[in-house]
Design a protein around this ligand. Structure first.
Ligand code: HSE
Length: 311
């Protein structure tokens, strides 16, 4: 049996909507694949918060991915896929992407197909259709590769991995009762933006990439805080978000934004300052003042992506 383990991720990082994400050393989904006689895809689920996840392979991100690998490999067989969920669902931490990434890598290995990394990312991104309606790659790419991954082109898919700076840490506030669907969180976004806004957004994204390339934590944090398009539109969905973001900055975060489509807030901190838990507590307090209960966590970026092994 082939097993793959893929990490949680945080996409967008402020100005990089759909084009950048980072792997988190926080939580993992594990996917076991067995190749059996017959034809079809069968999904089994265990682990945390599995009740809302459909087992129908047409509606499940891992199911869509497994079918796509079979299609590309022109293989007809029966795949039994057991997903052990460790990444919480519906909170903006790349839960469906972790399942999709682990499935793409595990199924390709189980079938003996040698697919390129770009192909695996492209296939895994098809799994996102199940949760968001769109095949975006900004969670699956870092889940597969680790580190920060920027999408340089969608068609054809070209990505670039950047190593995370050594002292970068993230504080997270993860609301318990504000679950959303990514599809809905995309429906509130503006269909068009003005040229001026576009220029500002490009500058913010350039700041983010410059910060990552230079290993400049302050620049990364400042850029993460600076999105004026997507975050502004989504803030309305999450009562307390703007206050919690402000509280993070007051507590010494270098910057903060919605993780993916939210409602989790991801704040960048410098591990040398030793204030990451203080930042997380400050966000929790602010969210809870608005009646939003939170879990908090502190983690580092994860350097490696998906791991695959035989069991
Ligand atoms: N880029 C995607 C979005 C990430 O913001 O909708 C979803 O996790």
């Amino acid at each position: 049996m082939i097993v793959a383990k893929a990490p949680a991720t945080s996409a967008n990082l402020g100005p990089g909507f759909d084009v950048i994400g980072v792997a988190l050393d926080l939580a993992y989904d594990e996917v076991e694949v067995e190749v059996m006689d017959g034809e079809g895809v069968e999904i089994e689920l265990e682990g945390i918060e599995t009740t809302q996840i459909p087992k129908d392979p047409e509606k499940n991100s891992a199911g869509l991915v497994a079918r796509e690998v079979l299609r590309r490999g022109r293989v007809k067989t029966h795949l039994k896929i057991r997903i052990k969920k460790g990444v919480p669902q519906g909170v903006g931490l790349g839960s469906s992407a972790a399942s999709a990434s682990a499935t793409a890598v595990a199924v390709a290995r189980a079938l003996g197909l040698s697919l390129s990394t770009s192909e695996l990312i492209e296939i895994a991104s098809q799994g996102e259709i199940a949760s968001s309606g769109v095949a975006h790659a900004d969670n699956v790419a870092p889940s597969i590769l680790g580190g920060f991954v920027a999408i340089l082109s969608y068609s054809p898919l070209v990505v670039e991995k950047f190593m995370p700076p050594e002292h970068l840490e993230f504080a997270l506030a993860i609301p318990k009762n504000l679950k959303k669907t990514t599809e809905r969180a995309r429906a509130v976004l503006p269909k068009n933006i003005g040229l001026r806004e576009h220029v500002e957004a490009m500058a913010s994204y350039s700041m983010l990439l410059t910060g990552i390339v230079r290993g400049d934590l302050k620049l990364i944090g400042k850029a993460m805080s600076s999105d004026a398009i997507v975050e502004v539109a989504r803030a309305k969905l999450y009562p307390g978000f703007l206050k919690a973001k402000e509280a993070a900055i007051k507590a010494g975060a270098l910057g903060a934004t919605l993780s993916g489509a939210g409602p989790t807030i991801i704040a960048a901190t410098d591990a040398r300052q030793g204030n990451s838990w203080g930042v997380a507590e400050a966000m929790k307090k602010a969210y809870e003042e608005e009646g939003v209960e939170c879990l908090i966590a502190v983690c580092k970026p994860r350097v490696e992506g998906v791991e695959v092994f035989e069991k």
